[in-house]
Ligand binder design. Structure first.
Ligand code: PEP
Ligand code: MG
Length: 835
C-alpha cells in the first residue's frame, strides 16, 4: 500500500502565488487546474467542486477556504493531492468573507487531515498566516502547511497530575456545538484541565484549540487536571462529555434524515429556523413573506322574492361559467392543456344539480341568495373534505374556489379576493390553502414562491405551481399560521422547507445556488436531444409519458425519443363519455403521425383505483386500489377492451412502431386471456403483430417476472403503484407522502427481480413510473439493468444529463449498494454523500 506523505500531497508545482481571480468561481477553477495539470484529478473534478459549493460553505475563516469535490465523485480523484492558490488581494468567497489562501483538496483517503490540522493551527497564528497571504516564496507556504511535527517535537506533551482516558463517542467528531459546552464546563471547573490526543494538547477553555485537535469519533483522549479537587473536577468533566453523547447521536441521525431525502436541496450555511413541509414544486426563492389571512367575511342574509333570487343565482352561475371558460382558455395558452383541465372540471361543478338544488332549498327556507349559495357550498365542501379521501378533499378546495367566484357576483361588496394587496417586493405567499384559480392568476412578477399549510403534492395548487415554475411546499400544517408578513424567507421547493430570517451568508449561498441551478438547467437543455449514452457507451432509451397528440412536439423538444406510456384512460376521463372505436382510432392515428417513426407504447385502459370514470357507473368499492382496476376490469368488460384493441390494431396497420401494454397484471392467466383476445382481433383485422407487454405494478408480478416473461414481449414497471402496493401506503395520502418512497430497498429488490426474470427470456424492461423521472432514481434503475425510462417530458433533460455523466459499472455498483441498504433514506444517502 502506498502512503501519501505531506510532501507528495503538496508539491511546489501545486502552489500558485500572486493569483488575481475576479470571482470565487475563477479561483476554484484556477486551483483545480493545478490539481488537473499534475494528474491528481480528472478534468470533471472542477465541476464537482463548484457543485459542492452549492451545498456547503468551504470558507474556513481567517481568509482560508478549502474547496473540495462531492463525496459521490471520488472516482474523479486519481491520487490524493492539495493545491494552494494565494490571492494577496483576496477574493470574495461569500458576502463579507474574503479568501486569500484557497486550498483545493482532492482526497480519497484521510491523508489530507494532517494538512487541515496544520491549517487550523495556522489560523490561530494571525501574524504567520498574514505573512503567507503575501509571501513571494512558495517554499514558505509549503513548509507552513506540511510542517506538522515541529511544534510537537519541541514541546512533548505532558499530562497533568490527575488523568483518565476517554474515547470520543460523538458521530460527527468534536465540532463547535459540543466543543463550546466543553469550554463552558472547563471554565467553571475551577481547576486546570487539559485534553491530549497523541502528541497534541489543548486547553479546553479555548474553543479554537479544542477544534484544532481535529478529533473524530473513536479517537482516544487523555484528559488530565491539576489543582485542588482535581480528581473530582476531572470526573465531573468526563460525565459532562458523556452526557452530550445521546444528543450528538440523535443530531447525527436527524442530519442524515434531513439532508438525505432531498439530495440536491440547498443547505443554508447559517442553519436558520425552518418550517418543514412537503416538497411540491422544485426551486429556491428569496422573498418577504406575505401571509394571506383566512377570509371570514360575514355574508349578509337578505331574503329577496324567490323568483328574483333564482334569477340572480342563475345569472351568477352563467357569468361564472364564462369566467372559468376564459380562465381555462388563458391557462391553456400560458401553461398547457393539462393545467387548463382544472378549470374545465370546475365548470362541471357549477352544473352540479345537487348543489343548485340545495342552494334553492335554503332560499325557500327564507334566506338570502348569497347566504344560501354560500351555505350550500360550505355544506357540500365539508362533506367532501370529511370523507378522508385526499382526492375528494382536493375537490372540496375546487368547490370552495368556484363558490367564491359565484358569491363575488352575488354580493359584489364582499372583499373575498385574497391576492389584492401583494407587496411590491418579491414575496413568498404563505397561506392556509390557496385556490387553484388564485394560483393560476398569480402575478409572477411579484410572487416568487408558495408555502401552503394544507394539501398534498398532487393537489391542483401543487400541479399549477410546478407548471408555473414557482418553488412551493405544501402540507406544512399550522406552523405557518404563526408567521408574520414582512419577515424575510427562503422557500425551498426541493427540500420542502421555508427558512425564516436568513443571514446574509444564507442569502448569498441561496443566490449562488439559484445561479448555478439556472446554469445547470441551461446546460442540460442544450444537451437534451442527444442520446442518454453513458460514459462507457451503454445507451438507455428515453421516452415520454404523453397522453395526447398535441403534447408530442413538446415532448420531442424536451428530448423524448418516443412515447413510453400513453395513459388512455384520460380519453375517457376528459370527455365525460366513452370514446368509440372510431374516436379512439383517430387519436392513436394522430399520435403516430405526431411521433413520425418514433416508438409508441399505448397502455390499455387503467380504470379504477384513483382513476374513477363517473359515466361508467362502476360499482363502489371499499378499497378501489385493491379492487377491480386495470386488467381486472378489462377482462370483465369486453365492451371497453375490444373497441380499444380494434382501434389499436387498425392504427398498427398504418405501419407504426406501436406496442400495447396492459396495466395491473397479477397472473399468467390474465396475460394469456388478454393475448388471446388481441390475437383474435388482430386476425379479424388482418393487422400486423405488435409487441405485447405488461406493466409490473404489483409485487406478485415482480416476483413472478421470470414466469410472466415467457408470455410477453416486454415489461414496463409502474413504480408509482409498485411502491404503494409494496409498502401498503396509499399513493395519494399526503400524510404518508414522505414515506411513500420508490427508493425503498424493498421496491428496488422487486425491480431487480423483474429485470432478472425478464433476462431469462431475453425481454427488455422499461420503467414509466415517477422514479424514472428523478435523476438519481434513473441512475439507480439503469444500474439495476432497466433498458428504457419513460417520464414527464419536463424531467428528460435532467435525467439525460445525469446518465450521460456516469459509467454503467459505476451505476451497477450504486445499485448493489442500494439493494443492500436498510432504508430509503440510506439509499438516498448514496446520492447525497458528502466528501
Ligand atoms: C405507475 O403506477 O407507476 C404508472 C406509471 O401508472 P399510473 O401512475 O398511471 O397508475
Ligand atoms: Mg399504475
Amino acid at each position: 500500500m502506498s502512503v501519501t506523505t505531506p510532501q507528495d500531497l503538496l508539491t511546489d508545482a501545486r502552489i500558485r502565488l500572486g493569483a488575481r481571480p475576479e470571482t470565487k468561481e475563477d479561483a476554484i477553477r484556477e486551483a483545480c487546474q493545478l490539481l488537473i495539470a499534475s494528474g491528481c484529478v480528472a478534468p470533471e473534478f472542477t465541476a464537482s467542486v463548484l457543485e459542492r459549493e452549492k451545498v456547503a460553505n468551504t470558507f474556513l475563516g481567517h481568509g482560508v477556504s478549502i474547496p473540495h469535490s462531492l463525496g459521490k465523485d471520488r472516482d474523479l480523484i486519481l491520487r490524493d493531492g492539495i493545491a494552494v492558490l494565494q490571492v494577496p488581494q483576496g477574493v470574495e468567497w461569500n458576502p463579507g468573507q474574503t479568501a486569500r489562501l484557497i486550498v483545493a483538496i482532492a482526497a480519497k483517503s484521510d491523508s489530507h487531515i494532517a494538512i487541515l490540522r496544520r491549517l487550523t493551527r495556522l489560523m490561530q497564528d494571525d501574524t504567520r498566516l498574514s505573512a503567507l497571504f503575501s509571501t513571494l516564496n512558495p517554499s514558505e507556504l509549503a513548509s507552513a502547511l506540511r510542517d506538522d511535527t515541529a511544534s510537537a517535537a519541541t514541546s512533548p506533551a505532558v499530562d497533568l497530575a490527575q488523568t483518565l482516558d476517554w474515547v470520543l463517542p460523538y458521530p460527527a467528531g468534536l465540532h463547535a456545538r459540543p466543543a463550546s459546552v466543553w469550554v463552558e464546563a472547563a471554565r467553571k471547573s475551577g481547576v486546570r484541565l487539559q485534553v491530549r490526543h497523541g502528541n497534541d494538547t489543548a486547553d479546553p477553555r479555548n474553543l479554537v484549540a479544542l477544534l484544532s485537535l481535529g478529533l473524530r469519533q473513536g479517537d482516544l483522549l487523555h484528559l488530565s487536571a491539576d489543582g485542588e479537587h482535581a480528581r473530582d473536577a476531572l470526573d465531573r468533566f468526563r460525565q459532562l462529555l458523556d452526557s452530550l453523547t445521546l444528543q450528538e447521536r440523535a443530531d447525527a441521525q436527524r442530519a442524515a434524515v434531513q439532508t438525505v431525502p432531498t439530495a440536491g436541496a440547498w443547505v443554508p450555511p447559517g442553519q436558520p429556523v425552518a418550517v418543514p413541509g412537503i416538497p411540491a414544486s422544485p426551486g429556491l426563492a428569496i422573498g418577504v413573506l406575505h401571509v394571506l389571512a383566512k377570509s371570514h367575511a360575514e355574508i349578509p342574509d337578505l331574503p329577496v322574492p324567490l323568483d328574483q333570487g333564482a334569477d340572480q343565482l342563475n345569472n351568477a352561475l352563467i357569468a361564472t361559467d364564462q369566467q372559468l371558460a376564459a380562465l381555462a382558455d388563458d391557462t391553456a395558452r400560458r401553461l398547457g392543456e393539462a393545467e387548463a383541465r382544472i378549470f374545465k372540471a370546475q365548470r362541471e361543478l357549477l352544473k352540479d344539480s345537487d348543489l343548485i338544488t340545495l342552494a334553492c332549498q335554503i332560499m325557500v327556507e327564507g334566506h338570502g341568495v348569497g347566504w344560501s349559495w354560500n351555505s350550500a357550498i360550505d355544506r357540500m365542501a365539508c362533506k367532501l373534505a370529511a370523507l378522508g379521501n385526499p382526492v375528494l378533499a382536493g375537490r372540496a378546495t375546487d368547490l370552495r374556489d368556484v363558490g367564491r367566484r359565484v358569491l363575488m357576483l352575488l354580493e359584489p361588496t364582499l372583499q373575498l379576493g385574497s391576492l389584492q394587496d401583494l407587496p411590491d417586493a418579491p414575496c413568498i405567499l404563505v397561506s392556509d390553502d390557496l385556490s387553484p384559480s388564485d394560483t393560476a392568476a398569480i402575478d409572477m412578477t411579484r410572487v416568487v414562491g408558495l408555502a401552503i399549510a394544507q394539501g398534498g403534492p398532487t393537489s391542483h395548487t401543487a400541479i399549477l405551481a410546478r407548471t408555473l415554475g414557482l418553488p412551493a411546499m405544501v402540507g406544512a400544517g399550522p406552523a405557518l399560521q404563526a408567521l408574520r408578513s414582512g419577515t424575510q424567507g427562503v422557500i425551498d421547493g426541493v427540500g420542502g422547507k421555508l427558512y425564516l430570517d436568513p443571514s446574509e451568508a444564507d442569502l448569498a449561498s441561496a443566490r449562488s445556488w439559484m445561479t448555478s441551478e439556472a446554469a445547470r438547467r441551461d446546460a442540460q437543455k442544450a444537451e437534451r436531444s442527444q442520446a442518454a449514452r453513458l460514459l462507457d457507451g451503454h445507451v438507455v432509451a428515453i421516452g415520454a409519458n404523453v397522453n395526447l397528440p398535441s403534447q408530442v412536439p413538446m415532448a420531442i423538444d424536451e428530448g423524448a425519443e418516443g412515447v413510453g406510456l400513453m395513459r388512455t384512460e384520460f380519453l375517457f376521463l376528459e370527455r365525460g363519455e366513452t370514446p368509440d372505436e372510431a374516436a379512439q382510432f383517430a387519436i392513436y392515428r394522430d399520435m403516430i403521425k405526431a411521433l413520425g417513426n418514433r416508438p409508441l407504447i399505448v397502455r390499455a385502459l387503467d380504470i379504477g383505483g384513483d382513476k374513477q370514470v363517473a359515466h361508467l357507473h362502476l360499482p363502489q368499492e371499499a378499497n378501489p386500489f385493491l379492487g377491480v382496476r386495470g386488467a381486472r376490469l378489462l377482462l370483465r368488460r369486453a365492451d371497453l377492451l375490444e373497441p380499444q384493441l380494434r382501434a389499436l390494431y387498425r392504427a398498427a396497420k398504418l405501419g407504426a412502431d406501436l406496442s400495447i401494454m396492459f396495466p395491473m397484471i397479477t397472473s399468467v392467466d390474465e396475460v394469456l386471456t388478454l393475448r388471446a383476445v388481441c390475437e383474435r382481433i388482430r386476425a379479424e383485422l388482418d393487422a400486423p403483430q405488435v409487441p405485447l407487454g405488461i406493466m409490473i405494478e404489483v409485487p406478485a408480478a415482480a416476483l413472478q417476472a421470470d414466469v410472466l416473461a415467457a408470455h410477453v414481449d416486454f415489461f414496463s414497471i409502474g413504480t408509482n403503484d409498485l411502491t404503494q402496493y409494496t409498502l401498503a401506503m396509499d399513493r395519494q395520502n399526503p400524510e404518508l407522502a414522505p414515506q411513500t418512497d420508490s427508493l425503498h430497498p424493498a421496491v428496488l429488490r422487486l425491480i431487480r427481480a423483474t429485470v432478472e426474470g425478464a433476462a431469462r427470456h431475453g425481454r427488455w424492461v422499461g420503467v414509466c413510473g415517477g422514479m424514472a423521472g428523478d435523476p438519481f432514481g434513473a441512475a439507480l434503475l439503469t444500474g439495476l439493468g432497466v433498458n428504457e425510462l419513460s417520464m414527464t417530458p419536463r424531467d428528460i433533460p435532467a435525467v439525460k444529463a445525469r446518465l450521460r455523466a456516469s459509467a454503467l459499472t459505476e451505476l451497477q455498483q450504486l445499485a448493489t449498494h442500494a439493494l443492500a441498504a436498510e432504508s430509503a433514506q440510506a439509499v438516498r444517502a448514496l446520492n447525497g454523500e458528502a466528501a
